[in-house]
Each structure stands twice: as structure tokens, then as C-alpha cells.
Design a protein around this ligand. Structure first.
Ligand code: ATP
Length: 256
């Protein structure tokens, strides 16, 4: 990597009343993530696609996204073995929130990367530990099981994603999402693009930015954690991913 890629961002003061303040702050966190070896450069491009959809959505949590987050909270609470999958973008954008969600659900956090190197896995693990994580899976020599995929996202932990009944996959690629569903797992995706293969193949897709979706899920888990199994099952059963995605598209087009 050229030397300049590792230089810290020139500290530019973005005024808080700038109309794109939040969006620019998110970009800065990802650029810093690249500089510290957490986020891949390609992750910036993936973010750009998400950001374009977020612009169209109006950078807000829509009604359908909140319904998806509620169904996801119910599904994670009802799970026997929930796992939260984390990549470089998620680690850079929502480290505290992901750790908090894992803590209140008693769910493992597993590092799973498309552009996987031992160095990057270690950088992400150190970053998450610096934010208070203690139950991390996926570091060398951990991945001891494989999904039927021809890329490094296939590398998983036997006691983690491989054994999970519910997997939360923020910013996923479609292949792995489909593979996890084919293995009989319930998959919760967070994806700003309602047309992506991930969004279309997940069990529940929350069409929202991870920076809003994960804090919403924390709140929802806290709200419904006392519900009976039947009540949680009812919330899950009432949710239909196809109609949720249709609503998400309508909310984008009509700005409902
Ligand atoms: P698929 O294989 O599912 O069609 P893709 O190849 O289009 O996905 P990737 O490049 O693997 O997508 O990942 C980027 C995905 O993550 C995009 O669908 C994008 O909308 C989404 N995304 C990027 N940043 C965010 C974010 N901050 N919050 C939620 N979703 C995001």
C-alpha cells in the first residue's frame, strides 16, 4: 500500500450544521478505519453504494426498517445460539454498539472478512477489544470450519457461525447470505440496498444504515426481552421479508 494511504486524515473541521455532517463523519470513520488497517479500501466502495441508497432513503429509519429491526430483535432473543458477524466496515462504524448488542443478547461476535488477512483480522480484534469486547471469534487459528464458498468468507468457527441458528450479517455479500440460508439458518441482514442479493435472500432484511439499525436493535431488544416465547414467535411470524422489501422500495420512491 502506498505510504500516503496510511497517513491520518487531515483534521478538517466539519461544522455541525453542515447539511451532510453525519454522512461526512461516517466517511471519516471509514477512512480512519482504512488507515488503521481495519477497513479494506474496497470497503470504501461498498460504503459508497450504501451511502447512495441512504441518500435516496433520506438518511432516516423508515417504518419498514423499524419493523424489520423489531422482528430481528425477537428472532435474536428467541435464538438458542445467536452470532453477530462483523467485518471491517462494521468494526469501524459501530464497534461499541455491536459489542453492546452482543452483550445484551449473550451472543458471540465473529470476525468474518471477504478481504481476509491475518493482519486485518488482528487489527479488527484489537480494535474491538479496545472498545471492550471479550467474546470474539474468528482470529487465527480459530476458523476451523468452512462454508461451501470459494472465497475467504467461507472461513468460519465451528462453535460460532457454523453452529449458529440465527446469524446477524450487517453488510453481507449475497453468496454467503444464500449459503447460510441454505444451511437452514435464519439470517438477519442490514443492507441499505433493498435490491441486493443479500437483501433478497435473507430471512429478515433491515433496510437501514448500520449506524442507525444497531442502536435501534439494542433499544428493541431491551423493550421486548421480557416477552414470552409465544409472543416473540408471533412477532417473527408476522414479518414477511418480501413485503418488507416492497415497502422499503416504496418508501424510497415516494419518500413516505
Ligand atoms: P450482494 O452480493 O448482496 O448483491 P453487493 O455485492 O452489491 O451485495 P457488497 O459490495 O458486498 O454488495 O456490500 C455492500 C453492501 O452493503 C451494499 O448492498 C450496500 O448497500 C451495503 N452497505 C454499505 N454500507 C452500509 C451501511 N453503512 N449500512 C447498511 N448497509 C450498507
Amino acid at each position: 500500500m502506498p505510504e500516503h494511504a496510511n497517513r491520518p486524515l487531515a483534521k478538517m473541521l466539519v461544522p455541525k450544521n453542515h447539511p451532510r455532517y453525519q454522512s461526512l463523519k461516517i466517511r471519516e470513520r471509514l477512512v480512519e478505519g482504512v488507515a488503521s488497517g481495519i477497513t479494506s479500501q474496497v470497503g470504501l466502495i461498498a460504503h459508497g453504494r450504501g451511502e447512495a441508497f441512504d441518500y435516496l432513503i433520506g438518511e432516516r429509519t423508515t417504518t419498514s426498517a423499524m419493523e424489520g429491526a423489531r422482528a430481528a430483535a425477537a428472532m435474536l432473543l428467541a435464538a438458542k445460539n445467536p452470532v453477530l458477524s462483523v467485518n471491517g466496515n462494521v468494526a469501524a462504524l459501530v464497534p461499541n454498539e455491536t459489542i453492546e448488542l452482543g452483550r445484551i443478547l449473550d451472543a458471540a461476535i465473529e470476525i468474518n472478512l471477504f478481504y481476509r488477512t491475518d493482519e486485518r483480522v488482528r487489527a479488527i480484534a484489537d480494535h474491538l477489544r479496545a472498545h471492550g469486547a471479550s467474546n470474539l471469534l474468528g482470529e487465527h487459528p480459530d476458523p476451523d470450519a468452512a462454508l461451501p464458498l470459494a472465497h475467504p468468507r467461507s472461513l468460519v468457527c465451528r462453535d460460532g457461525i457454523h453452529a449458529a441458528d440465527v446469524v446477524l450479517v450487517p453488510l453481507e455479500d449475497g453468496d454467503r447470505c444464500q449459503t447460510l440460508v441454505d444451511m437452514g439458518k435464519s439470517v438477519i441482514a442490514i443492507d441499505l440496498n433493498p435490491l441486493s442479493r443479500t437483501a433478497q435472500s435473507a430471512t429478515i432484511t433491515i433496510v437501514d444504515n448500520v449506524v442507525r439499525a444497531i442502536p435501534n436493535m439494542i433499544e428493541l431488544v431491551q423493550q421486548i426481552r421480557g416477552f414470552s416465547e409465544d409472543r416473540l414467535a408471533e412477532i417473527i411470524l408476522r414479518y414477511d421479508n418480501h413485503s418488507a422489501l416492497q415497502s422499503a422500495i416504496a418508501e424510497i420512491v415516494l419518500r413516505k
